[in-house]
Design a protein around this ligand. Structure first.
Ligand code: PBG
Length: 327
């Protein structure tokens, strides 16, 4: 009987050895916390399909933003939930709208201690729930929507945001936003483009979080889950249009896309671990079927390993605390 000379298990023998040879590490600085702020709330309101996540009041948002900075997270991504909506989503453009107000609040609270980002999309503000303006026939009109995004970008930049995140998947949205920002002198505001964004059922709990009015789907603008090469085309277009960073969304069901995007571009690549990914783990853990903390860190590690340099995750603060405690 011959015994193996090459023994991979030798490097797995102790925690110190495993730590030494780990190929992927998680750092709080690369985690981005998505946050919801709801107009008119005086107390934070829980989101039942996202246990542990809330719709913030203006006050609780400021407090939570400061806590996230304390935990060392790399960024905050703000979403606004207005009390009233209209056909053109004017609340997203109004400087007094909830999202623009929240940007000013958070920037006043945290300054440059973390990166303040805002979702740049109309769906939270439109009465029909679509990410763009509609034609009389009810189709999402690309170029008219670009003009609205340009205005919204200016409102967010004026409010002091560091990074805007156009997420509506309109053709040409990055170019339109970049031009509007540059013409107004906001050449320093960065664009994190939701470049490869799929029409995913994993966004389910998010719809509750923003009280989405959508009746129908987003398949004429978000991508078909069947396609990978299409993402490379979307990403190349966004980079050519001036995206400073690109995002793949959702994350865990699209790790192949993430790896391909990472290999194709040299700008920072982010992944969004979306609401349904989070909710599935929370639900299984609440039933005692999986080890919540281990699964949390395993999903984040896998998303990093596949090529994401940054991860948007509802666990950002908790994971950051956990990483600091466990090293
Ligand atoms: C669009 C937007 C959505 C999400 C982030 N930005 C919803 C959608 O495209 O339908 C989903 C995020 C999540 O599910 O966690 N403003």
């Amino acid at each position: 009987m011959s015994y193996p000379r090459i023994r991979p298990r030798r490097l797995r023998r102790t925690p110190a050895l495993r730590r030494l040879v780990a190929e992927t590490r998680l750092d709080p600085a690369e985690l981005i916390l998505p946050m919801f702020v709801r107009e008119g709330l005086t107390e934070p309101r829980p989101i039942s399909s996202l246990p542990g996540v809330v719709q913030h009041s203006r006050d609780s948002l400021r407090k939570a933003a400061a806590e996230a900075v304390q935990a060392g997270v790399g960024g905050l991504m703000l979403f606004g939930v207005p009390a009233e909506r209209d056909a053109t989503g004017s609340g997203g453009i109004d400087p007094a709208g909830i999202l623009n107000t929240a940007i000013r609040d958070v920037v006043a609270e945290v300054g440059d201690a973390t990166v303040v980002m805002s979702d740049l999309c109309l769906d939270e503000f439109t009465s029909h729930g679509h990410c763009g303006l509609l034609t009389p026939a009810g189709d999402v009109e690309n170029d008219a929507t670009l003009r609205a995004y340009a205005e919204m970008a200016l409102a967010q930049a004026t409010a002091g945001v560091h990074v805007v995140g156009p997420s509506g998947m309109m053709d040409g949205q990055v170019a339109a936003v970049r031009e509007a920002l540059d013409v107004a002198g906001y050449t320093d505001v960065s664009i994190l483009a939701y470049a490869a964004k799929y029409a995913s059922a994993f966004y389910g709990p998010f719809r509750e979080a923003v009280e989405s009015a959508l009746d129908g789907d987003r398949r004429t603008y978000q991508q078909d889950p069947a396609n990978l090469r299409e993402s490379l085309r979307e990403v190349a277009l966004d980079v050519a249009e001036g995206a400073d960073m690109v995002m793949v969304k959702p994350a865990l069901p699209y790790l192949d896309v993430l790896a391909a995007v990472r290999a194709a571009v040299d700008v920072p690549v982010a992944a969004y671990q979306v609401s349904g990914e989070y909710a599935m783990v929370e639900a299984a853990a609440a039933n005692g079927w999986i080890d919540r903390e281990r699964v949390m860190l395993e999903t984040l590690t896998s998303i990093r390993r596949a090529g994401a340099q940054m991860i948007l995750t509802y666990w950002a603060v908790e994971a950051a605390d956990l990483l600091r405690r466990t090293g």
